[in-house]
Design a protein around this ligand. Structure first.
Ligand SMILES: Nc1ncnc2c1ncn2[C@@H]1O[C@H](COP(=O)(O)OP(=O)(O)OP(=O)(O)O)[C@@H](O)[C@H]1O
Ligand SMILES: [Mg+2]
Length: 384
């Protein structure tokens, strides 16, 4: 029927119907636009969550290909998102680590895992991390895995420090018990040996007696050092110019270096005075320098530097020696730990004891090209 042939009522009814449909369409369109806005907002929210998370987040295929990486994980691994997508899992996780294999096995069986693994920085440095991973499907039924990655280097360092302090504590208790008991008979024996060495009847044995006294003195020195490891506070703390103190002992280090055909360099930074015990600081510098020199072949340089790092005074002792073996590094500072034929293994234990009493921290960086010890004096700075 043509519109012309329709009655007025029919036309009004059709127009009303059309209007209703248009109204409904408008509502549907508005709802669609609202849903779109909500979707965009929701995506923006998740995107900013992803971007601002302090933990690293990786989205991967089950095969290990990286689909997305947030800025935190990029920073942690020193790579851009594109680089991570290119290298995939094999370029991120330490491949020879058995834990990786077990974690993936567990995820295959249960759909998730939570464990500690080792990731690798772009420069090859291993990074201990805690990873939680889940497998999920998107709306197109494709399988993905999420990985939440937390850098636990600080936690590991703290745990190691606690273990070291525990060991020191036990040693401290032992030292307090045994030290004095051993020293007393030593003093008595030394006294008699000295008396005998002055008797004409013993003159044939004078050399032996001298040697025995020297050995007793050495044993006594070891006990003194051992006791100093466990001492809880330093006697006299005063404001010290660390640069001046280093310069005062430089000739000693210089001559030791010279004897081994090595060089010694002091890089003096502009630093604030620190509250410290001069005798103990000297001991730390000498022990670290001694170790550095002992680790180097001839023609190399031992360098001591001082500088400020975030308002803290740092002393560093850098050598170009053979580096510290991983097995030793894990236990560094434990008394009597030595790889040297004539070492007592007390040098570093004494340093750690002194650092603890000065509220200072010791950090080590080592490689086959050399070792650097950093001592950072935390809370004992006097702002003059
Ligand atoms: N700068 C270094 N380079 C390489 N290895 C080092 C360095 N410093 C320390 N070490 C390692 O750590 C061990 C412990 O050092 P520590 O100074 O405590 O004892 P030591 O040097 O063996 O004996 P001593 O009691 O005579 O100092 C050393 O035997 C050595 O294996
Ligand atoms: Mg030493």
């Amino acid at each position: 029927m043509r519109d012309r042939d329709k009655s007025k009522e029919e036309l009004v009814a059709e127009i009303t119907q059309l209007r209703r449909e248009m109204h409904e369409l408008k509502i549907v369109h508005e709802q669609y636009m609202k849903t779109q806005d909500q979707l965009r907002e929701s995506e923006e929210r998740f995107r900013s969550l992803f971007n601002s998370s302090m933990d690293g987040i990786l989205l991967t295929h089950i095969s290990g290909n990286v689909v997305a990486a947030n800025p935190a994980v990029c920073k942690m691994l020193g790579q851009t998102e594109e680089e991570l997508c290119r290298v995939g899992r094999l370029g991120i996780i330490e491949v020879n680590d058995e834990r990786t294999y077990h974690a993936l096995e567990e995820r295959n069986c249960t759909g998730k895992f939570l464990c500690e693994l080792s990731f690798v920085h772009k420069d090859g440095t291993p990074i201990p991390v805690e990873v939680s991973s889940n497998v999920f499907r998107d709306q197109n039924n494709r399988e993905f895995a999420s990985l939440f990655v937390r850098d636990i280097r600080d936690r590991k360092r703290y745990e190691q420090e606690m273990q070291r302090l525990d060991r020191l504590n036990i040693i401290g208790q032992m030292a307090a018990g045994i030290g004095h008991e051993v020293r007393n008979p030593l003093t008595t024996v030394r006294g008699f040996l000295q008396m005998l060495s002055q008797k004409p009847k013993c003159s044939d044995y004078k050399e032996y007696l001298k040697l025995m006294i020297e050995e007793l003195d050495r044993a006594n020195l070891i006990i003194t050092e051992f006791l100093s490891v466990a001492k809880s506070s330093s006697e006299t703390m005063e404001m010290i110019d660390l640069n001046k103190l280093i310069k005062s002992i430089s000739p000693l280090i210089q001559s030791d270096a010279y004897r081994q055909n090595n060089f010694f360099l002091f890089e003096e930074g502009k630093i604030q005075p620190i509250q410290a015990n001069a005798k103990e600081l000297r001991q730390v510098i000498l022990n670290l320098s001694q170790n550095g020199l002992e680790a180097m072949s001839s023609g190399k340089t031992l360098k001591i530097s001082t500088y400020m790092r975030e308002e803290k005074v740092v002393l560093s002792v850098q050598d170009q020696g053979c580096g510290i073996d991983k097995n030793i590094l894990d236990k560094i500072g434990t008394p009597f730990l030595t790889t040297k034929d004539h070492g007592t293994g007390l040098g570093l234990a004494v340093c750690y004891g002194i650092a603890r009493r000065h509220n200072a921290t010791i950090e080590v960086e080592t490689s086959p090209q050399g070792t650097t010890f950093f001592i950072e004096f935390s809370g004992a700075i006097c702002y003059q």
